[in-house]
Ligand binder design. Structure first.
Ligand code: NDP
Length: 382
């Protein structure tokens, strides 16, 4: 039986991965969360994993009190120990943010396959992660629906040069807003995504289009393509999950209902496609599918991500850290929606990129960028 360890099990990706494991009859060996000890305890009761870890040490005692028959760990080191002890065939990384970087690297030492949803790992540490995957012979299978689509479009085409990757984007709830209208966006408005139900950080990233920017950098590393070949296409229906254009003029696309369980399942069962009872796309009822170029002036975050990616070295890591802190500040009510790109750009302007090929260097640059972001937010507030 395939053994799976699910990181970020209490989150949107984590819970859907648990559901898919149950459907596929896979054994859940390990589960982790940050602070939702009650959610994680309920998961332990239902799935009976052998190991579980809660990253927030303050919740450790309460968590232990609720769990029986599962060995528990706590803290960031406990989370890594849970990965090691689970010794799973596949580790799913559904942690949000750069907190997922070390777990991605640890998972690659243990599992033959890492199903990666945590895009921030590749944004901040793409070069190191891809190198480690090659050295260790680990399969890094994308979970993000767009990257899963590109991965599928490349099946049977690995030796053909990619002409262009078309990364589709729903455009988020403010697709048709002007710069002026964006100034009035509240937290509640930004948390309403038209097509997907996701965690709060990625929902805000989708609204600013930083999510698409992070995905551009993710695609650069996963598929080893130049940024000039990665194009973003706004596609409000979220039916075409992405496309790849080849040199003969053919474009191959992957379509499906907007349901994250499908790419999660594929990351677990690849190269097999297994039956499931998820809602299928009714092709006769689709109607129109629209595609248009994004407005990078209005959605400045997308432009910033291209600039950071092309600059390379530590710049994407710094941009990612500044974005995480700016989104946190927006969700806490300290800054406005349109402050987010302004703050990220200021942090990027202050940064002199350095080579970022060791984990120590990446984590140091991440910390430095967060300190600078806090300082800018504080100064702007006064
Ligand atoms: P959620 O916020 O729903 O879940 C995040 C998970 O990570 C939770 O289990 C949370 O634990 C855990 N976590 C948070 N902080 C830490 C930390 N410091 N240390 C350890 N664990 C932590 O996020 P999503 O599931 O929406 O997203 C997860 C990742 O997948 C992101 O990188 C996102 O970009 C990507 N993704 C998500 C999609 C989606 O549909 N949701 C689609 C494609 C990609 P706790 O519950 O205790 O806070």
């Amino acid at each position: 039986m395939t053994k799976v360890c699910i990181l970020g099990a209490t989150g949107s990706i984590g819970r859907q991965a648990l559901e898919v494991c149950r459907e596929m009859g896979y054994s859940v060996e390990g589960v982790t969360a940050n602070s939702d000890y009650e959610g994680l305890a309920a998961i332990c009761k239902e799935y009976k994993p052998r190991f579980a870890a809660i990253a927030d040490r303050d919740k450790s005692e309460k968590f232990k009190d609720l769990v029986q028959g599962t060995v528990t760990f706590c803290g960031s080191e406990g989370l890594l120990e849970c990965i090691r002890k689970s010794n799973a065939d596949i580790t799913v990384n559904g942690i949000v943010g750069s907190a997922g970087i070390l777990p991605t690297i640890e998972s690659m030492k243990i599992s033959k396959r890492v199903a990666l949803a945590n895009k921030e790992s590749l944004v901040a540490a793409g070069k190191l992660i891809m190198k480690t995957a090659v050295e260790r012979g680990v399969e890094l299978i994308p979970v993000d629906s767009e990257h899963s689509a590109i991965f599928q479009c490349l099946e049977g085409n690995r030796n053909n040069e990619i002409d262009e990757i078309y990364l589709t984007a729903s455009g988020g709830p403010f697709r048709e807003f002007s710069s002026e209208q964006l100034k009035g966006v509240t937290r509640e408005m930004a948390l309403e995504h038209p097509n997907w139900v996701m965690g709060s950080k990625i929902t805000i990233d989708s609204a600013t289009m930083m999510n698409k920017g992070l995905e551009v950098i993710e695609a650069r590393w996963l598929f080893d393509v130049d940024y000039r070949k990665i194009k973003v296409l706004v596609h409000p229906q979220s039916i075409v999950h992405s496309m790849v254009g080849f040199q003969d003029g053919s474009i191959i696309a992957q379509l499906g209902a907007p349901d994250m369980r499908v790419p999660i399942q594929y990351s677990l069962t690849y190269p097999k496609r297994m039956c499931n009872n998820f809602r299928k796309l009714d092709i006769y009822k689709l109607g129109e599918l629209n595609f248009q170029a994004p407005d990078m002036k209005i959605f400045r975050c997308l432009g910033l991500a291209y600039e950071a990616g092309m600059e390379g070295n530590s710049m994407p890591c710094v941009m990612n850290a500044a974005n995480e802190e700016a989104v946190r500040a927006f969700l806490s009510g300290y800054i406005t929606f349109t402050d987010i790109p302004v703050i990220i750009e200021k942090v990027m302007d202050m940064h002199n990129p350095v080579e970022a090929d060791s984990i120590e260097m990446i984590l140091e640059q991440d910390r430095l960028a967060r300190r600078r972001t806090h300082k800018i937010i504080k100064e702007d507030l006064n």
